[in-house]
Design a protein around this ligand. Structure first.
Ligand SMILES: CC(C)(COP(=O)(O)OP(=O)(O)OC[C@H]1O[C@@H](n2cnc3c(N)ncnc32)[C@H](O)[C@@H]1OP(=O)(O)O)[C@@H](O)C(=O)NCCC(=O)NCCS
Length: 162
């Protein structure tokens, strides 16, 4: 199922649809930080990958990951509501994680609202551990849970293969 999703790097024209999905599925009730302009900056940023799945002109899912020296940060990940539970979120995450592994990055971090049970279950299923709770992380009004995945266990032979 995962292999069925055609994932590619976003182009500039993807920015408005990505931004709308962020507003509606991720930032709901918290304002709108990921405006089209901010998404465009990520698409242009050489240390960030913006991955998308499209069907014709319709954006089905996307993920944005920023790669730093030893840690990558998953900023956003979303799949259209009617397309969920078909492996697309996992496929996008695998794709973004593969770039982190290639770059020798040690760990990936992501935050989600503590109330976002679906996302927490999703990341747990992808071997992310909940490492801390961040009070008021979202505009002082909602707590977050920070999750982390270590890509390397003990040296090269410990590379987590999925
Ligand atoms: C989180 C999200 C991206 C997952 O995408 P998805 O394509 O539905 O995920 P997958 O189909 O790859 O799911 C993989 C596994 O994660 C777990 N999972 C996913 N959604 C789940 C849910 N609602 N409840 C429980 N477990 C869930 C399951 O173990 C699932 O495997 P299974 O379907 O074989 O049981 C999607 O729910 C979404 O877009 N949510 C809104 C945006 C959001 O909250 N993003 C995260 C914060 S950035």
């Amino acid at each position: 199922m995962i292999a069925d999703h055609k994932i590619r790097l976003a182009v500039f024209s993807d920015a408005p649809a990505i931004s709308r999905m962020s507003r509606d599925y991720i930032e709901r009730g918290l304002g709108w930080d990921w405006t089209p302009t901010r998404v465009l900056k990520s698409i242009r940023d050489r240390s960030t990958n913006v991955a998308v799945v499209r069907e014709g002109t319709n954006l089905l899912g996307f993920g944005i990951m920023k790669y730093n020296d030893d840690t990558a940060h998953l900023h956003l990940l979303a799949v259209q509501q009617l397309r969920r539970r078909k492996g697309m979120g996992a496929a996008l995450l695998n794709w973004l994680e593969a770039s982190a592994r290639t770059a020798g990055i040690e760990k990936i971090r992501v935050e989600a609202r503590t109330t976002n049970e679906a996302a927490r279950a999703f990341y747990r299923s992808r071997n992310y551990r909940e490492i801390e709770r961040l009070a008021g992380y979202y505009r002082g009004v909602e707590d977050a849970v920070r999750m982390e995945k270590r890509l390397w266990a003990d040296g090269y032979s410990g590379l987590v293969a999925e």
